[in-house]
Design a protein around this ligand. Structure first.
Ligand SMILES: *Cc1c(COP(=O)(O)O)cnc(C)c1O
Length: 220
């Protein structure tokens, strides 16, 4: 096949072995934003079932076009309040709940529809102006309120460290995310992309979000 997915898988197995992780305990979310349907279908035929999308409209169109048994869609991009109705029930996991406000809004609609919505809370650990996500301080101060949102199933945390050439620079952020999750009693850690997934695995990631290393370059 023409996708880099197989090469990625070999590398993944190797890294898991090196850091003593069971590969089955980690979900590879293949980030398919701006990738054509044909490539997603090709990955699916190779038994890749988890896909991550950033843009709601694009994601819904792809879901419609690719109604394949067992396929699982993850929302990893920003969720606007006015789009919540469209995404409820369409994703196995929303990784990108980036404020208490959005959490409340999802909860409100989920309660109305009698749904339980599995989510991760997105952290902006480096306090970057340009990135979405809440700071650790904010999350800690709002945690008691988060816990009252009964239609949300808060499974863990997600982060996207500052983009840097050296993947080692992501390590402190991954460590911080892991500590925070532990402190809050949360299991899932969504961290690591094409540039730093190996470090993320070493630091305990349970979901890695990898785009270009499994599909090749994105079209813009
Ligand atoms: C695009 C994206 C990824 C994947 O990035 P790659 O560098 O292609 O692996 C992962 N997470 C988020 C939130 C993204 O937006």
């Amino acid at each position: 096949m023409s996708l880099p997915l197989n090469d990625f898988r070999h590398e993944f197995e190797k890294v898991c072995q090196q850091c003593g992780r069971d590969p089955h305990s980690i979900t590879l979310v293949a980030v398919s934003k701006k990738q054509p349907l044909s490539k997603i279908h090709e990955a699916y035929r190779e038994k890749q079932y988890d896909f991550g999308e950033n843009y709601i409209q694009e994601a819904l169109e792809k879901q419609n076009a690719l109604q394949l048994p067992g396929i699982r869609w993850h929302m990893i991009g920003p969720v606007q309040t006015n789009k919540i109705n469209k995404i409820l029930g369409k994703f196995v996991l929303i990784h990108s709940v980036d404020s208490f406000h959005i959490a409340e809004e999802i909860n409100k609609r989920a309660e109305r529809d009698g749904l339980k919505v599995p989510v991760l809370l997105q952290l902006n650990l480096a306090h970057e102006e340009t990135k979405s996500g809440q700071t650790k301080e904010k999350l800690l101060s709002q945690w008691d309120q988060y816990k009252k949102l009964s239609a949300l199933q808060i499974e863990g945390l997600m982060t996207m460290p500052p983009l840097q050439e050296d993947p080692e620079k992501s390590r402190p952020y991954f460590q911080e995310l892991r500590k925070l999750a532990k402190q809050l009693g949360l299991q899932q850690l969504s961290m690591g992309t094409s540039s730093d997934w190996k470090v993320a695995l070493e630091e305990g990631a349970t979901l890695i979000r990898v785009g270009t290393s499994v599909f090749g370059e994105r079209s813009t």
